[in-house]
Design a protein around this ligand. Structure first.
Ligand SMILES: Cc1cc2nc3c(=O)[nH]c(=O)nc-3n(C[C@H](O)[C@H](O)[C@H](O)COP(=O)(O)OP(=O)(O)OC[C@H]3O[C@@H](n4cnc5c(N)ncnc54)[C@H](O)[C@@H]3O)c2cc1C
Length: 367
């Protein structure tokens, strides 16, 4: 049996839910298809829950524009929809003279990106703000913050549903085909069915490439390769020894083993970039060894035995080990030639921060 709907969004993570909300508010009839039995159980539930400022990326990138725009939209949305968040600010710390020289480049990049409130601070001011952090200088980013990611997704789902959207759970997309006037989507699970939609958005993160590949008519040469790269977290018991987010200078593939506070006042460290691991959610306690070294470069008082394995997330990266970082890849009709289809690939960090701006951008690519 083939049902007809206006718009299908594949994936009920933070991005799919934001897209569903955006399109529903614009008057579309939207069904979200999610392969699991609950929202946001893949990438969106295993991240740092940081609202990023938009500092590090190339100014010409879409990622940069969506991060800076998304941050502003997100703070407004959290305030108006009662989503728990805190603009606690962040320090990017230099632990030696060589790293201090790198701060100038990071500061200049951030300013080029439109992050206008960044400030270079010296050792004394950094120590005043964070007595437990050892550094020779830092960048203060006042607009960085933390957010309850699940609370955000619930608010987006609620918003979308109250305007008529429907989220179908245990509804894995197994295939599809481009047809006259739209796209047919095959849904598996206990009640398999075909849906014929005028518009489809692939917001399936770790599954995005598989979904695009399974749609007959999607040009396979346009589908970027995916690298599922694990990031592990460790925590320490008790109240956080910091008041701000504490980041070292970035490392290849990630932002360095940073300290993130949660809204309950606890600290976690990570994620690292575990290039060679299986992309599962286990944390190997042996990785603590590397964490001690990385964290003690800025938090020398970290006690032996204090780190406990916490959780792991998996990044839907488009670049592999040793390759340069790349932009988000958002393909609309001009890229793949299929009217009414938008595919989102490589929505790794700062995808949570950018989610509302990604949704706006996606809506603009649709008729
Ligand atoms: C370790 C880590 C730390 C991060 N930290 C931050 C941070 O601090 N700040 C920030 O801004 N960003 C951060 N990010 C990035 C952010 O978490 C992601 O960009 C964002 O959550 C992606 O959302 P999504 O909706 O695209 O993905 P997901 O939440 O994975 O949603 C995709 C959904 O699609 C579903 N799906 C997949 N295939 C199918 C199919 N065939 N049929 C039906 N459904 C399907 C999945 O089940 C899933 O629910 C981090 C990411 C990682 C991995």
């Amino acid at each position: 049996m083939t049902e007809t709907v206006d718009t299908v969004v594949i994936g009920a993570g933070v991005v799919g839910l934001a897209v569903a909300r955006e399109l529903t508010l614009a008057g579309h009839e939207v069904i979200v298809l999610e392969r699991h039995g609950l929202i946001g159980s893949e990438v969106s539930s295993r991240n740092s829950e940081v609202i990023h400022a938009g500092i590090y990326y190339d100014s010409a990138w879409l990622k940069t524009r969506l991060a800076v725009e998304g941050k502003a939209l997100l703070y407004d949305y959290c305030a108006s929809h009662g989503v728990a968040h805190d603009r606690i600010g962040k320090l990017i710390v230099a632990c030696d003279e060589a790293q201090l020289a790198r701060l100038d480049g990071i500061l200049a990049q951030g300013r080029r990106n439109g992050v206008t409130d960044l400030r270079l601070i010296g050792r004394d001011e950094a120590r005043e703000l964070e007595p437990n952090v050892a550094c020779v200088g830092a960048i203060l980013s006042p607009s960085s913050g933390i957010i309850d990611a699940h609370g955000l997704m619930l608010a987006l789902q609620g918003d979308a549903e109250s305007h008529g959207a429907m989220v179908a759970f245990n509804a894995p997309v197994t295939g599809g085909r481009v047809v006259d006037g739209g796209i047919e989507i095959c849904v598996g699970g206990a009640e398999p069915m075909d849906l014929r939609a005028r518009q489809v958005v692939i917001a399936a993160a770790l599954g995005a490439q598989d979904v695009a590949d399974a749609i007959d008519g999607y040009p396979v040469t346009r589908i970027p390769p995916i690298h599922k790269i694990k990031g592990n977290y460790f925590n320490i018991a008790g109240r956080a020894p910091f008041n701000h987010l504490i980041y070292p200078v970035p490392v290849p593939g990630g932002l360095g083993t940073h300290a993130t506070l949660d809204l309950g006042g606890q600290v976690k460290f990570g994620p690292d970039v575990d290039w060679d691991a299986e992309p599962d959610f286990s944390v190997d306690p042996a990785r603590a060894e590397e964490f001690y070294g990385a964290i003690r470069s800025y938090y020398p008082d970290l006690a032996d035995g204090a780190l406990q394995p916490d959780y792991a997330g998996v990044r839907p990266k488009l670049s592999g080990k040793g390759e340069p970082a790349v932009d988000f890849c958002i393909q609309g009709p001009k890229d793949h030639g299929i009217a009414g289809l938008v595919a989102l690939f490589g929505i790794e960090s700062p995808g949570l921060t950018s989610s509302l701006a990604i949704a706006r951008h996606t809506a603009r690519l649709l008729p």
